[in-house]
Design a protein around this ligand. Structure first.
Ligand SMILES: [Zn+2]
Ligand SMILES: [Zn+2]
Ligand SMILES: [Zn+2]
Length: 764
């Protein structure tokens, strides 16, 4: 349907999928009136899978529309999940209510949902029979994905099967007028799961509400509590108590990586952070994610060890009645971090928790409702005025990504870090919950069990497996053993295809895939790639000028090694005597072997990684020489920007080498060395701006209108926003991620899409 009036220049279209008690409650007329009032065009319909809305118009009005869908909804409508995907405007003529469609009724498993306001009111009402009951839930909230063992979804197919409903609960369950009609995990203090508190040896020391108050006193006393939540254990300490937070860091062997905060209430969260409209909506959404928020200048009261040197804080609100009760009892924010050691999967079973978290937790607040599958906290941040999911887990998994068109049944096993798997079923891609880095035996087991559970849940038999090109990834090795036709997908191609799928984009596009590392088709380590993606595959049109990684994995942990390698590229042996922070960070005894390593290229692979280039600049600017966790140096380079307004960039060269272009960083490095006293924030901004200018320069040479941004570097808000605005200003149409992570958590979706192409390398 074409419109008579031209679309405004900043027109966007939003596709919204709303699930919950939104059918038969006047929701469609409400959407219609709201769209009319705001002058938006599009449609609303009802289907078996929920209410779907498309609305287009000026970007700021479309955003206001999304906000008001939740804020102004009819009182009796309950929104369990509201997913938005921003797409290009198509030119609708007006707004209409469309015919209801049958839609795909395919086993839609809902994610776990944060406690609804009606249930919260009950647990804090002394007259209610569920007063202080930590397992209160209803049709609109509570556990789903984490307790479902099979489909169809009914109580016998959940971990609630062992709890027989009492007469009153059964009455609610059978009454169509009740909020708990067919609420499968329905329970009350008489018939449902119960709390207990264990000491560090797993011996019971309190039961029921006294277990909760005793856990709260332990936290008040500076102790570490392991708390069994919705999708796994959290470790909790008083976020105001510096010593307690330090103790948690020491015991968990997590030196500097920021901890997330759980605040008792929305209002309390705002004591420490500011939040935009989008961020406020995310914080209070049923997905209940960790939202990265800017810290308020001058806010006091939190231990510095919570997120040292970090101008943002990861904040979440209580998502279950247990957390509401505990946080209300405490009245102050706690650190809430995954109950695991380093990168292992989160603990889900209390007996296992006592074994694995021995020596970390002082008390264990546990219960007898089993968790069937682990689901971590999701992490989101606002980028370009909308949400960007960085870790896709609770609240999001396993809602499908609609890609349009039937897909061949493919299982994609993802990458190595931040692993998640995906399955193509019908016209939908189901992406699993975040599994983690496949480094440890535990995470490898979790990876296999998630695949098994996914196939069983969706009764899914893949005909093809898609994996990464890298032969050493455990995910690749698993795929090779399955004995099915195999499609090996180049890592950065998968990143771009993932972002294209999410944005419903067809080739050709220019893809900018910037991350830490991925194996290239030439056997070197890629990571600063500009790919021309067509329906036939991709061409590598440009990349970051290659440099060496002395010591390989060690270079990933030590930004100073990468900086030294870059200086060596420019200055040769003179690099070792330069008086700059990166070189001064080594002792003379360390420099000798490095010189040999670089000269003879021993254990020194070549890379074009943008992520490592960020590390190198963090080191050159004296911000970080040795990283305590993956991505720390790049994060600190982004942090250094806080409050800086700098529009300039460093000089650069786009150099033609063979049939590709090099983004040459040499002039930028020389400029940094020439200004040793420059403000690190200004230098950091110039570095970011330079990378953006180089990419825009290449975009102009390629001339493809649609430019797609993916890879872990685009978790960086400044980089993404600057790239988007510079591309727009130059006449290009940039696309970036929304509900699928730009990091390797999104790679499986791209692998699914690659396996649908005829040209991808195939091995039977
Ligand atoms: Zn509820
Ligand atoms: Zn009951
Ligand atoms: Zn990657």
């Amino acid at each position: 349907m074409a419109s008579n009036q031209p679309l405004p220049a900043d027109a966007v279209r939003v596709h919204v999928a709303i699930r919950g008690a939104v059918q038969g409650v006047g929701f469609r007329p409400f959407v219609y009136r709201l769209a009319q009032e705001l002058g938006l065009r599009g449609w609303v319909n009802n289907s078996a899978a929920g209410v779907f809305v498309e609305a287009e118009g000026p970007a700021h009005i479309v955003r206001a529309f999304v906000r008001r869908l939740e804020d102004d909804k009819p009182d009796i409508a309950i929104i369990q999940s509201l997913e938005t995907t921003f797409l290009d405007a198509t030119g609708y003529a007006g707004f209409e209510i469309r015919e209801s469609t049958g839609g795909e009724k395919r086993a839609l498993v809902m994610p776990d949902l944060a406690t609804c306001p009606a249930c919260i009111a009950e647990i804090f009402n002394p007259k209610d029979r569920r007063h202080r009951y930590p397992f209160t839930n209803c049709t609109n909230c509570g556990p789903r994905f984490s307790i479902i063992t099979a489909l169809p979804y009914d109580r016998a197919a959940t971990t609630m099967r062992g709890f027989a409903m009492c007469e009153q609960c059964a009455g609610e369950y059978k009454n169509p007028a009740d909020r708990r009609f067919h609420a499968q995990p329905n329970a009350c203090p008489d018939c449902g799961p119960q709390l207990t508190l264990w000491n560090s040896d797993g011996i019971e020391i309190a039961r029921l509400h006294p277990a909760l108050t005793a856990a709260a006193s332990a936290i008040c006393d500076g102790k570490i509590a392991a708390v069994k939540g919705l999708g796994g254990f959290h470790l909790m300490v008083d976020a105001r108590n510096h010593q307690a937070v330090q103790e948690l860091r020491a015991r968990k062997r997590r030196e500097e990586k920021p901890f997330a905060l759980m605040a008792p209430s929305f209002e309390q969260a705002l004591h420490y952070c500011s939040a935009s409209d989008v961020e406020r909506r995310l914080l209070r959404s049923p997905e209940c994610p960790i939202v990265l928020l800017p810290r308020l200048a001058g806010a006091t009261g939190l231990a510095t060890a919570v997120a040292p040197g970090n101008p943002t804080l990861g904040v979440m609100l209580p998502g279950t009645p247990l957390h509401h009760l505990l946080l209300r009892e405490l009245g102050f924010p706690v650190v809430a971090t995954s109950g695991n050691l380093a990168e292992e999967p989160i603990c889900i079973d209390e007996h296992e928790a006592v074994e694995r978290l021995r020596g970390i937790a002082d008390v264990f607040l546990v219960h007898d409702r089993p968790i069937f599958r682990h689901v971590d906290d999701s992490v989101v941040r606002e980028v370009c005025g909308r949400e960007l999911v960085l870790r896709r887990a609770r609240g999001f998994a396993p809602l499908p990504i609609q890609v349009g068109g039937e897909l061949a049944p493919v299982l994609a096993v993802g990458g190595h870090q931040k692993n998640a798997i995906a399955a193509a079923v019908g016209a939908q891609v189901f992406i699993s919950q975040h599994i983690g880095d496949l480094e440890t035996e535990g995470s490898h087991q979790a990876f296999q069990s998630v695949i098994g559970a996914f196939q069983k849940l969706y009764d899914f038999a893949p005909k093809t497996i898609a994996c990464d090109l890298h032969p050493d990834y455990l995910s690749t090795q698993y795929a090779e053993k399955r004995g099915l036709p195999l499609v090996k997908v180049q890592h950065h191609h998968a990143h771009i295809l993932s972002c294209m799928a999410e944005n419903h984009l067809q080739p050709p596009v220019l893809g900018i895939a910037w991350d830490g590392s991925g194996m290239g088709t030439d056997g070197t380590v890629w990571g600063g790639e500009l790919l021309h993606v067509t329906s036939a595959g991709f061409g590598r049109v440009a990349h970051v000028r290659p440099f060496l990684l002395p010591g390989n994995a060690k270079a990933v942990r030590e930004p100073r090694r990468v900086a030294l390698a870059i200086l060596y590229e420019i200055f040769g042996d003179q690099a070792f005597s330069l008086d700059v922070p990166a070189v001064r960070a080594f002792s003379a005894a360390e420099l000798g072997p490095l010189q040999t390593m670089l000269r003879q290229r021993l254990n020194t692979p070549t890379t074009s990684s943008a992520g490592r280039l960020f590390d190198a600049f963090a080191s050159l600017l004296g911000l970080r020489q040795i990283a305590a966790f993956e991505g720390q140096a790049a994060m600190e380079l982004e942090f250094a920007l806080a409050g800086t307004k700098e529009d300039n960039s460093y000089p650069y060269i786009i150099r033609s080498e063979g049939d590709t272009l090099w983004l040459d960083w040499e002039p930028a490095v020389r400029a940094v060395l020439a200004e040793p006293a420059a403000h690190p924030g200004i230098a950091s901004a110039r570095f970011h701006n330079t990378l953006v200018e180089m990419a825009v320069d290449v975009a102009k040479r390629i001339g493809e209108r649609n430019v797609v941004l993916s890879g872990g570097c685009f978790q960086n808000r400044y980089l993404t926003e600057r790239m988007v605005s510079r591309l727009l200003a130059s006449g290009y149409r940039p696309y970036w991620h929304q509900r699928v992570p730009p990091n390797d958590g999104g790679v499986a979706l791209g692998q699914i899409m690659a396996a649908q192409l005829p040209g991808e390398s195939r091995k039977d």
